[in-house]
Write a protein that binds this ligand. Structure first.
Ligand code: G3P
Ligand code: MG
Length: 253
């Protein structure tokens, strides 16, 4: 089923499959080609990671540095968009992807925004902000994507800042057990629509607790077909995976 809004998708009760950083097992993560492949494989949506470039563009990279996934080195936030665009973001994965670029969030919305729901993960590790929440909000508004995105973060302060700017967009809190900082307690008393737990946190008790708190549950990163079936039976709303094709086949039966 194709959903026009994130809210409808979550409320449907279906277990959706989202491509983690695109179809990460098959294409260079967080590139347009990886997002288009997730769509081709039948994913309902994608998850991607966003930072603010030095000159104020929302750019899609996972790590806080560009070393692992591009031909360059250094922190994402120290680079201008032009500097990032000059890099090769494909050959580290496979020579056949040479020429893939670091995309902006605008480019992702233009390429797949009509066809896929988009979980925008804000990467932010500090208590203060470089303005990433504002550039993400501006981009969502520019493309009229407010109903088709959900913004998530490990950083409760980033979520609070984003909500202040764009209160109507769904948000989700990312976490796993054993995190260095007790971010979960920082979410107390702050209304949010979804929890994004690491999949090993989920069991029937977790799902009952989430339901009683009116939280949708979108989990990562699930690549094992048996685990996907189990999570569907437990009623998770979304499975974020590196292999959308494998997960879709697993949960279709
Ligand atoms: O949003 C789910 C997942 O992407 C969170 O962890 O490190 O892969 O961004 P990470
Ligand atoms: Mg992520």
């Amino acid at each position: 089923m194709v959903f026009t809004s994130f809210k409808d998708a979550m409320a449907s009760g279906e277990t959706l499959v989202f491509g983690h950083r695109g179809a990460k097992d098959y294409a260079p993560m967080n590139t347009i080609v990886a997002f288009e492949l997730a769509l081709k494989q039948g994913a309902a949506g994608i998850e991607l990671d966003v930072h603010r470039s030095k000159d104020g563009y929302p750019v899609i990279v996972h790590d806080f540095t560009i070393d692992a996934t591009t031909s360059g080195t250094g922190r994402v936030t120290d680079k201008t968009l032009a500097e990032l665009k000059a890099l090769d973001a494909g050959s580290w994965f496979d020579a056949s992807f040479v020429g893939a670029q670091v995309p902006t969030l605008d480019e992702v919305f233009e390429a797949v925004g009509d066809a896929l729901l988009i979980n925008v993960e804000i990467k932010s590790m500090s208590a203060d902000t470089d303005g990433v929440e504002q550039v993400v909000a501006d981009c969502i508004a520019r493309h009229n994507m407010g109903e088709r995105v959900l913004v998530s973060s490990f950083n409760p302060m980033a979520l609070k800042r984003f909500r202040e700017i764009m209160p109507d967009v769904m948000i989700g809190f990312l976490y796993s057990s054993g995190m260095e900082i007790d971010t979960e307690s920082m979410m107390d008393g702050f209304a949010h629509e979804a929890r994004h737990p690491y999949f090993e946190m989920i069991d029937a008790d977790y799902m009952a607790w989430a339901k009683s708190n009116n939280y949708y549950v979108n989990t990562w990163t699930v690549n094992d077909p048996e685990k996907a079936k189990e999570l569907k039976t437990l009623g998770v709303n979304c499975i974020i995976t590196d292999a959308p094709d494998v997960m879709l086949e697993a949960i279709s039966s």
